[in-house]
Design a protein around this ligand. Structure first.
Ligand SMILES: [Fe+2]
Length: 306
């Protein structure tokens, strides 16, 4: 995630935001993409270049103020996201070569304050790592966006949910390595089934493509897993949502789903800074789905208009 504080800085990521009517309102703020760990950076880049994937060169990476030790792709024509490769051993510390950089004391203080507040609210141990990252693309780019990501990464196509009434489908890819989402989040691609301009024939709403037309293809939400269980007779996700609500952050809908259906989930309002939505998802037992039949249409609808 990047937010450039210099209003005069012009780069390709700002340009991508500026093409879209609502994206243009926050031209300096953007979810960029994921960093993928590799064992041999040179060989990976060489192989990817052989099939004509494009990378920023060293000078461009420096000008973008991105870490110099990453191989950074050019934005995808389908998702506008990037991927970057970082060579390191699994037990090696992550190092980002950022040249002269500082963490401002007031920023560090705000971070520590936020963490202290989570402790005080009793939700620190309930919030688990990121579960999935959901990108929205134009309908005509659905298949290629997925294939492209499978080609950039070690991910495989896991399955899709057709949300027919909302003219939308949600397509899930996961790491092919035997590791859980908490180590390598699922990557989700949502797109209209048919383009918005033929909706007068199908008489269906078009929330997914409306989002894409307003913001551009981009990350729509990050989902944070909530620890399975309950405390004082209240399920963890409800504790988390209540604590966040009491501190002034709103949600698009109430918590939906149930233990019987396998999961409960909720979407926050979009951040005024990043425009991103945060989903909270609590799965029960071994349930591995992303929606339940009853709530998928509601969520798609609610998350389309922001
Ligand atoms: Fe999601």
């Amino acid at each position: 995630m990047r937010e450039v504080k210099d209003d005069h800085l012009i780069d390709i990521f700002r340009s991508l935001n500026e093409v879209y009517p609502i994206g243009a309102k926050k031209p300096n703020s953007r979810y960029m993409g994921e960093i993928i760990r590799v064992t041999d950076l040179h060989s990976v880049v060489k192989m990817q270049q052989q099939r004509e994937f494009r990378f920023f060169n060293q000078d461009e990476v420096r000008k973008l103020e991105l870490p110099g030790n990453l191989a950074v792709s050019k934005p995808s024509p389908y998702t506008h996201n990037i991927v970057a490769y970082l060579e390191r051993e699994p037990d090696e510390a992550r190092v980002y070569a950022l040249g002269v950089s500082v963490i401002k004391p007031e920023v560090q203080a705000a971070y520590l304050e936020a963490k202290a507040l989570q402790d005080k609210l009793g939700i620190s141990d309930l919030l688990l790592p990121i579960d999935h990252l959901a990108t929205r693309v134009y309908s005509q780019n659905r298949e290629v966006a997925i294939l492209e990501y499978l080609s950039w990464s070690s991910y495989y196509f896991w399955g899709a949910y057709n949300i027919k009434d909302q003219n939308s489908s949600t397509n899930i890819t996961k790491s092919a390595h035997p590791i859980p989402e908490s180590k390598s989040p699922a990557k989700v691609f949502t797109a209209n089934n048919t383009p918005y301009f033929i909706n007068h024939l199908e008489h269906l709403p078009s929330p997914t493509e409306t989002f894409v037309r307003n913001y551009g293809p981009r990350l729509h939400h990050m989902a944070i897993a909530v620890k399975d269980g309950e405390r004082d007779g209240k399920e963890h996700i409800d504790l988390v949502v209540d604590a966040i609500t009491e501190n002034g952050k709103g949600f698009l809908l109430d918590v939906i789903g149930s233990k019987a259906e396998g999961l409960k989930q909720i979407f926050s309002n979009a951040s005024e800074h990043s425009s991103l939505i945060i989903e909270y998802v609590q799965r029960y037992g071994s349930f591995d789905g992303f929606f339940t039949q009853q709530n998928v249409a509601k969520l798609t609808e609610a998350a389309g208009f922001m």
